[in-house]
Design a protein around this ligand. Structure first.
Ligand SMILES: C[S@@+](CC[C@H](N)C(=O)[O-])C[C@H]1O[C@@H](n2cnc3c(N)ncnc32)[C@H](O)[C@@H]1O
Length: 221
């Protein structure tokens, strides 16, 4: 099922890209995508090419410890969990029990549920709790942020101490673009967020025009 959360406005090009995706060759991911497409909030799911980008990151980082902020029906976490080795862990944070139940059902179907631990609570509280355990500091290879957008800076700032040196934080929906026209939109929140994170000398920030925009932040200090 085609996911339209993209600023790529040529339908032919979008379809071509979609069909090239590794995620599109994995039956359980396609099933989850089709299931989610029938839900009212379907557009919240990341696109297949974004899923590919996340699984690519998991592999090149040789990730063993991941945290996801905003799980919904579990598509992005499933993309990452499928790329993780068996002894690795992904912490999936969300506040919606009904959506998490769907996610768990598909993780079980994909036989990756043993790699995922669920935290059903406001993610800032979960991050605060994790931060109290010194073993968690500088221990995560990857964080994916895709939840309540107004907390994006707080998520970034509070997650950074948990991330390893050269570890990565990916933030979704970063592009200040109009989803209908694909044109630039003077979206102050998004623009200021990028500028603020870019000024932080603890990290290097790259903006990728994939899906609705991935801000990829590498911890360097
Ligand atoms: C855009 S959706 C995530 C989509 C998911 N990454 C995917 O690809 O399918 C955002 C999710 O963030 C969750 N959320 C919103 N506020 C939250 C909070 N304060 N803490 C944790 N999760 C939150 C919502 O319940 C929703 O499931």
């Amino acid at each position: 099922m085609m996911n339209l959360k993209s600023l790529l406005k040529s339908a032919k090009l979008a379809t071509f890209v979609h069909h090239q995706c590794e995620s599109e060759s994995i039956e359980v991911l396609k099933e989850l995508s089709s299931f989610t497409a029938s839900m009212p909030n379907a557009q919240m799911q990341i696109s297949a090419d974004q899923g590919d980008f996340l699984s690519f990151l998991v592999r090149i980082l040789s990730a063993k410890k991941i945290i996801e902020i905003g799980t919904f029906t579990g598509y992005s976490s499933l993309c990452m969990a499928l790329a993780l080795p068996d002894d690795a862990k992904l912490i999936a944070c969300d506040i919606n029990d009904d959506w998490m139940k769907i996610a768990i059902k598909f993780w079980k179907k994909a036989k990756v549920d043993h790699k995922i631990s669920v935290k059903l609570a406001p993610a800032l509280e979960t991050i605060e709790l994790l931060s109290k355990d010194v073993d968690n500091l500088s221990s995560f290879d990857l964080a994916f942020i895709d939840a309540d957008k107004l907390n994006n800076y707080n998520y970034y700032n509070n997650l950074l101490p948990l991330i390893k040196l050269n570890g990565v934080i990916v933030l979704d929906n970063a592009l200040p673009g109009d989803h209908k026209t694909g044109e630039f939109k003077n979206d102050k929140n998004r623009i200021e967020l990028i500028e603020k994170i870019k000024q932080d000398n603890r990290s290097i920030t790259n903006l990728f025009t994939i899906g609705a925009g991935f801000l990829v932040i590498t911890k360097i200090k």
